[in-house]
Design a protein around this ligand. Structure first.
Ligand code: PMP
Length: 351
């Protein structure tokens, strides 16, 4: 069964805004979009024109990067926007629900709340290394579940959920719900993307971003990789021009061959630094537990997280205090930085 039958029914007959740039016509004199005829100075060159909603060059480049045909990509303002649009496309306010993990990335809950969808979270146990039991996760799903979100590597635990478990979840949700795998950090995990499973499981969607390893958090470029019918639906409800021209330029520059080679070297450095930081922190006086991480961060339990947070801050280092979240008592999430920044963390913690 097509998953479109599970989207909000009113969207089946929804006519998207027909923006000027969607007309497909080319002309020497463009007077169809109420733009200014003059371009700005060098930096603003060409910015008098509205951008293509989904620029071909960027789609092609991201398709190659993510090993997916361009028809299976929708590019937006960070993966945050894709999460929001999936919730809006599938969840009927006041009726439908979303199933996810806890702890996990906070935007799934926020997005669900904004859409008026119920948010159901499976509590993972740090004592069991945040292992995911597919039966327990699916036990939370019912006829009104539209999205099941698995963040892998999971933020903030660093846990990788990979391979068979994702295929199994997708198969068991087939025709009922979209399995959304958020791979914001997958480049640090050294595993293949779950997007390779979409051909077999058209109810699987994968979120990728240029914000982390590609060093473009400020440009806001995220990609949804999904079956064509899901991409089409998201494209129809998206804002007319989701991608600012300067961000498209920055993304293309970050994805040329030299830049990608540099990115790969940087991943190597950060993965090695993650191991070094983890090893040194494990023997730090106030560290009680440290979880294996497949991301560019470490989840660390301290004897007193607030005290460790304050000690780091006094040394000029800001980390994320996640200790108020259920299951993360006395925990800090520490991003793996450049080698000198990590040295500073270790020095501040007496490790
Ligand atoms: N997913 C996860 C798991 C994240 O941690 C983040 C950012 N912290 C995002 C998505 C959002 O990324 P983007 O910058 O692409 O919107």
């Amino acid at each position: 069964m097509s998953l479109l039958a599970r989207a909000r029914p009113e969207l089946a007959a929804f006519t998207p805004y027909a923006s000027a740039r969607r007309s497909g016509f080319e002309a020497r004199i463009r007077l169809e979009a109420n733009e200014c005829p003059w371009s700005g100075d060098e930096e603003a060159s060409g910015l008098n024109r509205y951008p293509s909603p989904q620029p071909d060059a960027l789609r092609a480049r991201l398709g190659a990067l993510y090993d997916a045909p361009p028809s299976r990509l929708w590019i937006g303002r960070g993966s945050d926007e894709a999460i929001d649009l999936l919730l809006r496309a599938f969840c009927r306010p006041g009726r439908d629900n979303v199933v996810a993990l806890a702890p996990t990335f906070g935007m799934y809950r926020i997005g669900a709340q904004l859409q008026g969808a119920e948010y159901r979270a499976l509590a993972l146990d740090g004592e069991a290394d945040f292992a995911l039991d597919p039966d327990a996760l699916l036990a939370l799903a019912d006829d009104d579940t539209k999205l099941v979100v698995v963040c892998s590597p999971n933020n903030p635990t660093g846990t990788l959920y990979h391979g068979d478990v994702l295929g199994e979840l997708a198969a068991r949700l087939a025709g009922r719900a979209l399995l959304v795998v958020d791979e914001a950090y997958v480049e640090f995990a050294g595993v293949a993307s779950a997007a390779g499973l979409i051909g077999r499981h058209p109810n699987l969607a994968v979120l990728r971003t240029l914000s982390k390893v590609h060093a473009l958090a400020g440009a806001r470029v995220g990609t949804l990789v999904a079956a064509e019918e899901v991409i089409d639906l998201v494209g129809r409800i998206a804002a007319p021009y989701p991608l600012p021209t300067p961000s498209v330029r920055a993304a293309l520059a970050a994805l040329d061959d030299d830049a990608v080679a540099r990115t790969e070297r940087r991943v190597g450095v950060l993965v090695a630094e993650r191991a070094r930081l983890a090893h040194a922190l494990a023997s730090a006086p106030d560290v009680r537990r440290l979880w294996p991480s497949a991301g560019n961060f470490l989840l660390v339990r301290f004897a007193d997280a607030d005290a460790a947070f304050a000690r780091l801050l006094a040394a000029g280092i800001l980390v994320r205090n996640v200790s108020k979240q259920a299951g993360l008592e006395q925990c800090l999430r520490i991003t793996v930085g450049a080698p000198d920044e990590n040295d500073a963390v270790l020095a501040a913690l007496g490790a």
